[in-house]
Ligand binder design. Sequence first.
Ligand code: GAR
Length: 210
Amino acid sequence: MSRAAAKSLRIAVFASGSGSNFQALVEAAQAGKLGGSIELLVCDRPKAKVVERAAAAGVDAFVFRPKEYASREAYEAEIVRHLREREIDLIVMAGYMRIITPTLVEPFYGRIVNIHPSLLPAFPGLNAIGQALEHGVKLTGITVHFVDGGMDTGPIIAQRPVEIADGDSVDTLADKVHPIEHELYPEVVAAICEGRVTLDGRHVRVAGKE
Ligand code: GAR
C-alpha cells in the first residue's frame, strides 16, 4: 500500500481480560493518532473488564462463550463473519488468551498482530512475565509481532526491553511492562495504518515517519 493511497484502516481488537491495551488503543484513536478506527471488540469472556471499557467507549462488541460452540473452528467461523460484516482490515490482539486456528489466521494473514510481554522468542505462551522471573533473566521486555499459525512465533515488528531488578515480583514487573506496552502498541498500529510496515517472509521493516 503506498503512503499516498493509505486509507483509514478498520480495526478489530481481540481481548480476554482487563483491556488496558484496548484502552490505550481507543485513546490513541480518539486523539487521531492511530490512523484507523476501532470498529469492534472480540472477547471470549463476558465478564471481562474490557467489555465494560468497550461499552464506555461506544465500541461494538462480539462477546462469546467458547463452551457454547462445538469447536474452536466453529466460533472462529462466526468471528470471521463479524469481521467481514464490518469490513475489518486489521486484527489487533491485546491479551486475547486463546489459541487461534487457520480458520481465522488464513483469511487475515499479514493483517493480524499481537503483543506479548517478553522478548520473543524467549518465554512464549502463558505467564510470560512469571516465566522470565522464574528463569532469572536480567532483561525481559515486550514484543509486537504478526500472528502466524504458531504460539507467539510470527514475524517480529517491534521490541522494547525492560530491566528486571532484584526483588521484582510478577506484579512489580507487570507494572513496568504495561506502561511501555501502552506506548508501543498504538505506535506500531499507527505505523501499520500509515503503510509504513512491510512484511517480507520472517522480516519486517518499519519505515520512519515522513
Ligand atoms: C498484556 O500484558 C499482554 O502483553 C498480554 O496480556 C496482557 C493483557 O493486558 N498478552 C499475552 O500474554 C499474550 N500471550 P490488558 O488486558 O490489560 O491489555
